[in-house]
Design a protein around this ligand. Structure first.
Ligand SMILES: [Zn+2]
Length: 186
């Protein structure tokens, strides 16, 4: 069964119907996530509801989007796929979550703010957690400024390594660049 995300289905009724909700979300509705990204498109969520063994509401789902992020190292904007698969039981307040968590520390609990389905509430934290730590992976950061070989590096004498140094210590500049990137993130 597919429901409209903006409908007034309650989590309880969705679980009773073992409902599946597939929906697309606008970037504007995920404000916290959108604020971190340069741009976001194609946000799609697919959620399934049922009960766990003990009358709790269980949700399992997948959320996906494409996010344009700024690489701290090369300062380019890069489109990355952001995916998250998640599952957990729904708690309606922090106290409930805390008592469940005490009994079962491994339980994944999603705390919601109301009885009615709010897709954004369920998926926004998952997207935030799924953001890549580094926008470019070490190998595909094609714009890495300190890894210039040949003429470009020789032109720039001050603090930069010479082309000769780069040949001998190919990863020295990379390490600096990575540390600089880490500092920027703090
Ligand atoms: Zn990069």
């Amino acid at each position: 069964m597919k429901s409209n995300a903006s409908g007034s289905s309650t989590y309880r009724s969705l679980a009773q119907q073992r409902a599946r909700v597939a929906t697309e979300l606008g970037a504007a509705s995920l404000q916290r996530f959108a604020d971190i990204c340069e741009a976001v498109k194609g946000i799609a969520a697919d959620l399934s509801f049922d009960h766990d063994g003990q009358t709790r509401i269980r949700v399992s789902g997948r959320v996906h989007c494409e996010a344009q992020l700024a690489c701290h190292r090369c300062e380019q904007l890069v489109w990355r796929q952001v995916n998250s698969d998640f599952a957990g039981v729904i708690a309606f307040d922090e106290e409930q979550a805390a008592s469940w968590s005490q009994l079962d520390p491994d339980l994944d609990i999603l705390v919601v703010g109301g009885a009615n389905l709010n897709v954004v509430e369920l998926v926004e934290d998952e997207l935030l957690l799924a953001l890549p730590k580094r926008v470019c992976t070490d190998d595909d950061c094609v714009h890495m400024p300190k890894m210039r070989y040949g003429e470009a590096a020789v032109d720039d004498e001050d603090d930069e390594m010479s082309a000769e140094d780069l040949k001998r210590f190919p990863f020295a500049g990379l390490k600096d660049a990575m540390q600089a990137g880490d500092k920027e993130q703090d």
